[in-house]
Design a binder for this molecule. Structure first.
Ligand code: FES
Length: 141
C-alpha cells in the first residue's frame, strides 16, 4: 500500500468514527438540556416546585446561582446567590441554625444575606421570590 492510499484510509476511518459523536454533540436535544431557563416578562424564572422544596429542604440551581429555602419562622421562600463573596465557594443552608455557612472558610450569613461572621466582607445577593401554581419563581433580572 502506498503512503497516499494509507493516509486516505486513515482519514476516512477517523471521519467515520468521529462524525456521529460530533452530530450528537450539536443536536438540538443536547443543547435544550443545557439551555438556561428564560425569565418571564417580569424577570422571574422557575427554579423548582414547592414539592421539591418541601422534600429536600432547599433547592440549589448552580447554573443560575440561586439557593432557595423556607424561612423557618415565617415559612416564606428565601432565595439568595449562594456564591460566597470571599473566594467563591457555594454556601450551605443550615436550617437548624437558621444560617447560611460557607464550607471553605466558615463565613456565615443571615437570611437577609448580611455577613454574620467573616472572612467574607460582602453579603449575599437576595432575590425576590413568588409561588405560582406549585412552582417557585425567582426574580433574576
Ligand atoms: S470562600 Fe467562603 S469564606 Fe472563604
Amino acid at each position: 500500500m502506498e503512503r497516499r492510499q494509507f493516509l486516505n484510509w486513515v482519514g476516512v476511518g477517523a471521519l467515520a468514527a468521529y462524525l456521529p459523536v460530533a452530530i450528537a454533540a450539536c443536536s438540538e436535544e443536547s443543547n435544550a438540556e443545557k439551555a438556561t431557563p428564560k425569565a418571564d416578562a417580569e424577570g422571574f424564572v422557575t427554579i423548582g416546585t414547592v414539592a421539591q422544596l418541601n422534600e429536600k429542604g432547599s433547592i440549589l440551581n448552580d447554573e443560575l446561582e440561586i439557593i432557595a429555602f423556607r424561612n423557618p419562622e415565617t415559612k416564606e421562600i428565601v432565595a439568595l446567590n449562594p456564591v460566597c463573596p470571599h473566594k467563591g465557594c457555594n454556601v450551605k443552608w443550615k436550617a437548624e441554625e437558621k444560617i447560611l455557612e460557607c464550607p471553605c472558610h466558615d463565613s456565615k450569613f443571615a437570611l437577609d444575606g448580611k455577613v454574620e461572621r467573616g472572612p467574607a466582607k460582602k453579603g449575599l445577593e437576595v432575590y425576590e421570590t413568588k409561588e405560582k401554581e406549585e412552582s417557585i419563581l425567582v426574580k433574576i433580572a
